[in-house]
Design a protein around this ligand. Sequence first.
Ligand code: AMP
Length: 459
Amino acid sequence: MLFEDLGLSPALLRALSETGYTTPTPIQAQAIPPALNGEDILGAAQTGTGKTAAFGLPLLQKMAKMTPVKGPRKPRALVLVPTRELAVQVADSLKTYGRHLRLNVTMIFGGVGMQPQIENLRRGVDILVACPGRLIDHLDSGHVKLDAVELLVLDEADRMLDMGFLPSIKRVLSRVPQQRQKMLFSATFEPRIRALAMELLNKPTEVQVAAQNTIAETITHRVHPVDGPRKRDLLVEILSRRHTDQVLIFGKTKHGCNRLAEQLETAGLKSVAIHGNKSQAQRQKALDQFKSGKARILVATDVAARGLDIPNLPLVINHDLPMVAEDYVHRIGRTGRNGASGEALSLVAPEEGGLLRQIQRMLKADIVMQTVDGFEPSRPIRLDAPIPKNGGGQQRRQPMGGRPAQRPGEQKPGGQRAPRKAGARGHGKPADRGAHAHAHTGKPGGRPARSAQRLDSRA
Ligand code: AMP
């Protein structure tokens, strides 16, 4: 299958070839024709498999075909994203793919001044990429109208439809004419969110290139059991051994991420941090430093879990497990993108067994556990441990940044291969040479080891 076979215009084909894309990814091959045909799309594909172009190419083609009205243009396409960083990335991709089209792509998100955005909106917009909170500010103050929108995309749709964002999304949707084409894309769709998505769509074509909630087979992932207070030492040990690799580390809280980044600095490991309490300029700077390879270590809250495309990132470490199981898939999906191999490690304290259980349940697979010499936990991980008070389940998901849930857009920001149902792989490059194969499943009661190989072949 070639891009030429999908019905894309010569201007887009030229841009794709200049970008170095030769063949469409499976999600692109499946989503682009029905999207060009005007159908609503519900798209589920693993992280890093080219979803942006899957909605972006048909969107650009349709916008280019429409005759623009005279005078300042109102947005005719709206792409809603959960984080500011993702807004920047999606807008950049649309500009790249649409470089031979005369379309204006404008971004709207919080944490930066209103005035430049007002001026951009005044100048006229074809495609608006926005976080919901700031978009509502502009809608309320009359700086933008969405009555000309012909095409609406929700990227990371499951996040956009969960409790924190839903009120804002509903407000935005109430300003968009009904019966417009809609496309919803995400790597994960929890059943309740999926039902909600189906309500928004009109007889959608469902495009699913991987079983839902699965992890690309190119990602090796495992758990290192360790006592909570020793996590930082284990992290330093792993990072020192992997001294050339770029690493994205996820922490639970903004304060915790700051402290961890400081502690890593003290240990001589240069780190930058991203979370909702940093200014947008600081966040973008840290991300740019990391993306360009200038910073080796990025410590982040879940603001960095969604959609961010960091080229060739080899390793993701969960210093703390996410409170919501789906976020595990998104976090570790920052590595192993577009068919590359990647590795993800989770440092799990005995009391975090409940969180691990809910992740394994979602993946429908156990994750290989591997104790690291010198860091053996004082007691086994109990999968029947209670889930921490503020964790677990979609209902209890916390906003990704530091601001109230009503303004999600401002707080945070925000495979081509056959899928594996089991997210776990036992082989591949060891994270740390000192880790030995105490592979076991960590079932309640410390059931004996199931070998990594066996888990592999199960997949
Ligand atoms: P996305 O899932 O949209 O973030 O894309 C993941 C990565 O794959 C990005 O670096 C894209 O530039 C890249 N990509 C997307 N589609 C293709 C393609 N058809 N050929 C090569 N690379 C692609």
